[in-house]
Design a protein around this ligand. Sequence first.
Ligand code: SAH
Length: 259
Amino acid sequence: MSESGSLLDNIRVVLVETSHPGNIGGVARAMKNMGLSHLCLVNPNDFPSHAASSRASGAGDLLAQAQVFSSLSEAIAECDLVVGASARLRKVAWPQLDVKQTAELAMSKAPLSKIALVFGREDSGLSNSELDLCHYLAHIPSNPAYSSLNLAAAVQVFCYECRVAWLAQQDAEERAEGYRFELASSEQMEGFYQHLQQALIDIEFLDPEKNARFMRRMRRLYHRAELDIKEVDILRGILTAAQRQVLLRNTEAKDVQTN
Ligand code: SAH
């Protein structure tokens, strides 16, 4: 499956002042494994670098395309959803999401939005003024006694949840498509109304002399339902089965009479 042009391309990972270039490479690999491609670096300590390329392994293309910025505000300028990942739960109450909620919100906005997941420095994380630029803060619920994940590991968790949310969205779309058929044409609907009328007469529900108003009601009802061709097929199948039963009973009754 080719994934270029997927909605995951609308989610960028922004690393703020990363000190170890190996972590940048690890992040590129974590992203590419999960189908994300847009990496932004704010004032990296050492980039490009051999250590980054070697840790990136087969994800060197993400490093080659990475954008470098001199401030976080520039890196997120065109984004309309910005989530800051933080190893610590802060005292000041930023609106918070868990990782799954972050991914689901990101995927629900991705068709029309550009989204940034922002990760902080290895030693001190994100500053409060950097978190002020974020709409939400997201925390991986790690061991409180040792809560800080390696930068690339933290990025991996977020990218994984984004992929899971993306796959779920694709699944739902494919399933919806499986149920979608062309709407029935006027000609097909006319065929259905005639069949319905005849079947209702056959089962002696409808008096053929006084059926006009009733059939108009039926037309209104079925027009409202916007039947597709499959549904018309099913309904006509039911009518045919009912007609067959009536025919069978009538023949049996005749046989009894003649015997
Ligand atoms: N010592 C720093 C943590 C640095 S880890 C601190 O206490 O803030 C580098 C970055 O990885 C963090 O800024 C954050 O973006 C991400 N990260 C690490 N652990 C995380 C966690 N448990 N939840 C969310 N993000 C985490």
